[in-house]
Design a protein around this ligand. Structure first.
Ligand SMILES: Nc1ncnc2c1ncn2[C@@H]1O[C@H](COP(=O)(O)OP(=O)(O)OP(=O)(O)O)[C@@H](O)[C@H]1O
Ligand SMILES: [Mg+2]
Length: 316
């Protein structure tokens, strides 16, 4: 259980985190989403007592991190996977941390096995790939068998097998009743992994809701339509008030009507349909909608095509 109350952090003139309040519940994976520079890592560092809040507070299991009697047994974290001495082996790195935290040596072999590093446990960490560093960081977080896990971009650098593995691991850890808080840039990946999301932009909370609710509320749900009589169909769709744009391959992108309504309209008009596909908004699209005003570094690319007027007769 993690609770933030009016949490804020300023660095000189920059407000990195701006009055965040939230409760993270055990038993689910909570995704932490936000554009670059939104304040995700800063928030995680404050939870872990590595940064002091400028205002507000945050507690883990009811206590500030520094007041936890046995922090490694209460919260495990992966922040910077490369913060490891390159001259050590994975096993000696973990053994050193286990000793410092009063954790039995045999736990080191257990966590090496969980993250799939047993075979390379004796190799120098300096030669590891980014994905192997991530696995070692997760092993470190799991050492104390903590009920709370905080993982900053753990999927970074993992190959597809690694992504599948970590997704399964996070879900399993949550199913065991743990609080799992994980940041990511990969929206579609979060859609597969998290049940709940916190979205922030410029340090402020934008959304705190189940993923399903976030995608349902997005205006991006649409129907993809392919017809040999495009002009006629567009005219009919416009007459009923639907918004129609063209997709790259020439298919119609229809907002404001569902697939059965479009199918019925086409039948009444005597227009053929070659494709009629309902498309639910992806988390990625929903995310872009709600964070558009708070993106610090934007490519400036247009996100929605201009309404399709060229295919309708003049004056319509
Ligand atoms: N130690 C620091 N000193 C000064 N400014 C900082 C410091 N750490 C972070 N910031 C600033 O605070 C803001 C939030 O940064 P933070 O790293 O928390 O964002 P983030 O959401 O983790 O971004 P990313 O997705 O790129 O990892 C940024 O504007 C960043 O430049
Ligand atoms: Mg970050």
């Amino acid at each position: 259980m993690i609770r933030a109350d009016g949490l804020a952090k300023r660095y000189g003139g920059t407000t990195a985190v701006d009055g965040l309040s939230f409760d993270l519940k055990p038993g689910v994976v909570t995704g932490f989403l936000g554009p670059n520079g939104a304040g995700k890592s800063t928030t995680m560092r404050m939870i872990l007592g590595l940064d002091r809040p400028s205002a507000g507070s945050v507690t883990v299991n009811g206590k500030a991190y520094r007041d936890l009697p046995a922090p490694m047994h209460e919260v495990g974290a992966l922040l910077d996977p490369k913060a490891v001495h390159g001259g050590r082996s994975a096993r000696s790195h973990l053994t050193w941390i286990a000793q410092a935290g009063g954790i039995a040596r045999k736990r080191v072999d257990e966590v090496l096995d969980v993250v799939g590093l047993t075979e390379v446990a004796g190799k120098k960490v300096g030669a590891f790939s980014l994905g192997m560093y991530q696995r070692l960081g997760i092993a470190t977080a799991l050492l104390g068998d903590p009920p709370v896990l905080i993982l900053d971009e753990p999927v970074n650098g993992l190959d597809p097998e690694g992504i599948y593995w970590i997704r399964t691991l996070m879900r399993k850890l949550a199913a065991e009743g743990r609080t799992v808080f994980v940041s990511s840039h990969l929206m579609n990946e979060m859609e597969e992994t998290a049940e709940h999301v916190l979205v922030i932009g410029r340090g402020k909370l934008i959304a705190d809701m189940p993923i399903a609710e976030l995608t349902r509320g997005s205006g991006r749900s649409h129907v993809r339509v392919v017809s040999p009589q495009v002009a006629e169909l567009v005219e009919g769709l416009h007459a009923i008030g639907a918004t129609v744009t063209a997709e790259e391959d020439g298919a119609l992108h229809v907002v404001g009507m569902d697939a059965p309504e479009i199918g019925d309209l086409a039948r009444v008009m005597g227009v053929g349909l070659h494709e009629l596909t309902p498309k639910r908004a992806s988390l990625e699209a929903a995310f872009m909608d709600i964070t558009r005003d708070s993106v610090q570094y934007s490519s400036g690319a247009p996100e929605v095509a201009e309404p399709l007027r060229a295919l309708t007769p003049e004056g319509k």
